[in-house]
Design a protein around this ligand. Structure first.
Ligand SMILES: Cc1cc2nc3c(=O)[nH]c(=O)nc-3n(C[C@H](O)[C@H](O)[C@H](O)COP(=O)(O)OP(=O)(O)OC[C@H]3O[C@@H](n4cnc5c(N)ncnc54)[C@H](O)[C@@H]3O)c2cc1C
Length: 306
C-alpha cells in the first residue's frame, strides 16, 4: 500500500503533534479481534479543532478516512486500510454528571460512563457496563445488551459533519434502530453525548452490573479475542442457535473459530488472520442460508483489503 505523502503529512502536522501521527500503523494493535494490516496513517485525535481542520481537507482532496473508537466491533483486512484512521479515544473522554444527566466525550469507554452513573446513584446504564466500546461507537451502533440499548438513555448527541460543521441531534433525529443510527448512513462523527438517567439505589445498580458481568463471563468466550456477537440477530431468531443447528459449533478456518461456548461469536484462537475470520463468517452465512433460508448479516464492521 502506498504510504502517506509528505505533502499530506505536512498538512496534518500543522494541527496534530508528531507523536499522535502514526504512519503505516498495524491495526491488529487497535482492534479487539487482534488482526488487521496497516492503515496508511493513524491519527490520535485529542480535540475537536483538529477534526474541524482535517475533515474539510480530506474531503477536498478525496482522502478516505475512517473513525475508530475502541475497535471492538471492527474487522480490518490483512491488506490494511488505504486511508486515514482518526482514533477518537482516551484524549476525548471527559465525563461529567449533573443531576440526572451525564455528558461524555465520544472517546470515553461505556464502562467508564456506567461507572460514573453508579457513583452518582443513577440507573439506566447498567446494561452498558460490560460493552467494551466507546461512547461514539456505542451511539453509532446503538449498542445494547440484556434489554437495554443506547437509544433508551441518549438525550442528545453532538456531531461534526465532513465540512467540520458541528450540530446537535436530539430524539428521533438520531434514527436509532437495531444496531444502527443515522451516523451509520451519513458522514458524521460523534463528538459528545448526553444521557438522561433516573435516580436509583447504588447497591441495586452495582448488584445488577455484577449480575450482568457474571452472565457475560458464563456465556461468552471472553478468554479469546473477538468483536462480540459477529452477526446481527435475525428477527424472531438467535444467530447463535441457527449457527449451532447448522452444525458449525467449533468450525475453524486457520486460527479463527466459531466459539464452542457461544456460536454467535467468531473468535481468534491466537494466530488467526483477518482472512481466516472472514472465511468463517462467509461459511457460516452460506451454511445457515442453505439450512434455513435466513441471511445472517454481520454486526461487525468489515473494513479495508482482505
Ligand atoms: C467481548 C465483546 C462483547 C461485546 N458485547 C456487546 C454487547 O453486549 N452489545 C453490543 O451492542 N455490542 C457488543 N460488542 C461490540 C462492541 O463493543 C460495540 O459495538 C461497541 O459499541 C463498539 O464501540 P467501539 O468504540 O469499539 O467502536 P469501533 O469498533 O471502533 O467502531 C464501530 C463503528 O462505529 C464507528 N465509530 C466509532 N466511534 C465513532 C465516532 N466517535 N463517531 C462516528 N463513528 C464512530 C466506526 O467508524 C465503526 O463504523 C462487544 C464486543 C466485544 C469484543
Amino acid at each position: 500500500m502506498e504510504s502517506i505523502s509528505s505533502f499530506e503529512l505536512d498538512f496534518i502536522r500543522k494541527y496534530v503533534p508528531e507523536e499522535d501521527i502514526l504512519p503505516d500503523e498495524a491495526m491488529s494493535g487497535h482492534t479487539t479481534f487482534r488482526v488487521g494490516g496497516e492503515a496508511r496513517c493513524l491519527i490520535r485525535v485529542s480535540m475537536t479543532e483538529q477534526l474541524s481542520a482535517l475533515l474539510p481537507y480530506f474531503r477536498e482532496k478525496g482522502i478516505p478516512y475512517f473513525i475508530l473508537g475502541n475497535g471492538s466491533n471492527l474487522l480490518v483486512g490483512d491488506g490494511g486500510y488505504p486511508g486515514i484512521m482518526l482514533q477518537i479515544g482516551s484524549r476525548m473522554n471527559a465525563i461529567k454528571a449533573e443531576g440526572c444527566h451525564i455528558r461524555a466525550g465520544a472517546g470515553a469507554l461505556l464502562s467508564q460512563v456506567a461507572g460514573c452513573a453508579l457513583k452518582n446513584g443513577l440507573t439506566g446504564l447498567e446494561f452498558a457496563s460490560g460493552i467494551p466500546g466507546t461512547v461514539g461507537g456505542g451511539i453509532v451502533m446503538n449498542a445494547g445488551a440484556y434489554g437495554g440499548e443506547m437509544k433508551q438513555v441518549t438525550e442528545r448527541v453532538t456531531v461534526m459533519d465532513d465540512r467540520g460543521e458541528i450540530a446537535v441531534l436530539e430524539g428521533d433525529a438520531m434514527e436509532f434502530g437495531y444496531r444502527t443510527s443515522i451516523i451509520k448512513q451519513k458522514p458524521l462523527i460523534v463528538l459528545e453525548a448526553e444521557f438522561s438517567l433516573k435516580p436509583g439505589n447504588k447497591d441495586e445498580i452495582k448488584a445488577r452490573m455484577e449480575e450482568l458481568s457474571a452472565m457475560r463471563r458464563e456465556k461468552q468466550p471472553l478468554e479469546y479475542a473477538s468483536a462480540g456477537s459477529t452477526f446481527k440477530r435475525p428477527e424472531g431468531y438467535f444467530a447463535g442457535k441457527l449457527i449451532m443447528e447448522a452444525g458449525l459449533k467449533g468450525y475453524r478456518v486457520g486460527g479463527a473459530q466459531v466459539s464452542e461456548k457461544h456460536c454467535g461469536f467468531v473468535v481468534n484462537t491466537g494466530d488467526a488472520t483477518a482472512a481466516d475470520i472472514l472465511g468463517v463468517i462467509r461459511e457460516v452465512q452460506k451454511r445457515v442460508k442453505e439450512n434455513t433460508g435466513i441471511t445472517l448479516e454481520t454486526e461487525v464492521v468489515l473494513l479495508g483489503n482482505f
